[in-house]
Design a binder for this molecule. Sequence first.
Ligand code: SAH
Ligand code: SF4
Ligand code: F3S
Length: 458
Amino acid sequence: MKKAFIKSYGCQMNVYDSGRMADVVAQHGYAETGTAEDADLVILNTCHIREKAAEKVYSELGRLRALKRERAEAGQDTTIVVAGCVAQAEGREIIRRAPVVDAVVGPGSYHRLPDLIRNAQARQKGVDAEFDQVEKFALLPKPDAARIRGRGISAFVTVQEGCDKFCSFCVVPYTRGAELSRPVAAILDETRALIEGGIREITLIGQNVNAYHGEGPDGAAWSLARLIRAVAEMPGIRRIRYTTSHPRDMAEDLLAAHAEVPALMPYLHLPVQAGSDRILKAMNRRHGADEYRRLVDRIRAARPDIALSSDFIVGFPGETEAEFEETVRLAAEIGFASSFSFKYSPRPGTPAAEIAAQLPDEVKDARLVRLQAQLEADRQAFNRATIGRVLDVLIEKAGRHPGQMTGKTPYLQQVQVNGCEAAPGDMVAVRITGTATNSLFAEPVDPGRTGAPLVAAA
Ligand code: SAH
Ligand code: SF4
Ligand code: F3S
């Protein structure tokens, strides 16, 4: 049997798409492999969000060039495909820069992957960066539940793709196109199959997931909250999460869902990017710092124990020292449970890249170090505050040590549970006993009682 190696860069959208591409090529006789060395087909599912991410692809292609040559000497053919957001942004330029590439396919065209591969193998290099009006997911084979189960007890389901927000720094509206919500029925069918296949946690994903407005079976546009309530009704589901949300789209009914739907986890990734009104305006985020603060107050009023996480950009063009300080202050005030922070990277074709006042790298470096010190202190404080609490853990797999199982709290913290006999997919009530840098330690509250669904967190 032929083998395919698919490597994902970037966000969860790519992780999900890679799974769907694995299903497409499986139908054409390719089994998945974990290394490029024994692969007849290599797909790089790329990310264009920052310059570093995009450049990674070219260094990987350099390695693949050597590998392809070695395999050719041994009489083996290797087809190399570049997919994802770099494919969409750069198209044919990729083949010009890296002739080792046989085909380039953008995120709107994965259903045409088999044709591209066949043509490539007939020595016709292809580039497909069209966006179909029809829903691409409807044209892809259904996700293979057994294969997904093999990857764990948790799965992503893309509900919405693309973005109409046009933040001035961001390439996503260009690489993923206009916002498109999948129909409710397609999402629920896929989710049901995943749960029947053993998945216990579903994360609904989209670049701007809370802008979801897919067509419901009743013909009306459903909100994300309504979709979440429908997923929560499915027998066998234990946890629901969603990401990534835009502050402008936190609708009232979504806050209500946080208050009322027990399966919806008290965790929200709500990127703020910056703490200065002037910078937020220049970023075209469409909200100010105080609006974000008030929104957080409303979210916490609906679900007092909710944990928040965010993304930050430091060194946006023209950002002054005082404006940067406002970002640190906002972060400290909110107290995020977890965060991602980045140095601003000018991206071709985005408005912010044209601003004259680009900052030197040293300034961005220094600001990143300072912001990360604050964010890390807040993360550790959040983790320490769970010591002594009783929390539900959804077990994922065996831990590092005998008798240990590992899983996640409602707040997405990784926990090592000692003396635990539960199986993957079980929910266990644990008492948090300590913290390390990247995980918590815990003991089952009632070691004799495993596998049953659970008590509410204390
Ligand atoms: N849709 C999500 C973001 C997707 S990109 C949202 O609106 O929040 C993920 C993160 O990458 C962004 O939140 C931002 O913090 C960061 N990012 C995007 N473009 C960037 C750029 N040009 N330079 C640095 N970081 C960037
Ligand atoms: Fe990019 Fe802004 Fe859209 Fe997020 S909301 S994907 S940051 S343009
Ligand atoms: Fe990267 Fe594309 Fe996701 S640019 S962050 S892979 S949407």
